[in-house]
Write a protein that binds this ligand. Sequence first.
Ligand SMILES: [Zn+2]
Length: 380
Amino acid sequence: MSEVEYPYRFDKKKRKKARLYSKQKFYTGFVQGTILTLTALIILYFSGLSEIMEILAFDLLSYLPLNNYWIGGAIFVLIFTAVIYLIGLPVSYYSGFILEHRYGLSNQSKGDWVKDHVKEFIIMQLLGIPLILGIFYLGQNYTELWWLYAGIIYFVILGVLSNTSHLIFLPLFYELNEVEDEELSRRLTEIAESNGVDEVEKVMEVKAGEKTKKANAGFAGMGKTKRIFLFDTLLENFHEKEIETVVAHEMGHYVNKDIVRFILIQGLLVFPMFYLTGMIFNTFESFENFYALPLFMLIIYGLYSFVDPLILAYSRSRERKADDFALSVIDDPKAAVSAFKRLSDIDLAELNPSRAIELLFYSHPSPIRRIIKAERYEHE
Ligand SMILES: [Zn+2]
């Protein structure tokens, strides 16, 4: 393997393309993620459309053999979330399919894209319906302490999903095989073991190339089921030294217990969030009304937008720590710099976003900061 140019140097054409791509991607993401969803929630609630949906749901229920109040609620949540999903779909198609193809970042067929989105919708329903109904059930039955019980349940679900999603969801979207290059597997496992990450069970290859050109890697699991995941796009296009530093970064997250940290932070934040949301929600509405769901979501959304920049700042600091870990473990800053540069070109990432954009939206430090830091390490 590895007949790739090494160390990698920026490609001027790619840099130009990246600037255009990341701008377009950002605006469509922002439109879809924020403006469109918020507008939809506001319209659905204040126009009375969500009330009509609830009436419709309970009308449908009367045709079913199981005439249960909570099944009526489930039908409402299904209709409501389907409408929200459909409203976002054109932007999501533009951003996730058209733009990706226009910039040569995807070979995915339309059929496969649709299949992925149907799966995504089903997963969203399987998780979302019980969660929303659970909140309304607790809100109806435990007026004072619903937020505490709901928070505990959320905390547990988050913990379970964080540790199992690579086993449940990853295989639903990608074909997975063990990495064929035994030499590479052995070396990565060795790097893990010599840094206190024992018992890596498998080094897996994620067949992502048929969907995207972007490269990625991950480290998941605990105990004896720890696994390293490498996108085939990483294996094919990166030099082995770069792959090592990328994997070392992921190990850094494991060694620094970042998954546990995020479960704890998100888990602890959910209690005050639910408490405040309930306080505001109950002054205008009641958990007896399923149709008030968009209002509940708007309040949560509003409150979350205050804590989100803090969570992102914390995430960036954890990413810096994982970079530090990779630099000290591999002790080859040239490989790190080369990997960051190649990754930025392949993903068409913006190298140096404005500070405001970085503070508000970036979960990772901007590529330029990561590159400069690795270069400085070299001079130490
Ligand atoms: Zn990371």
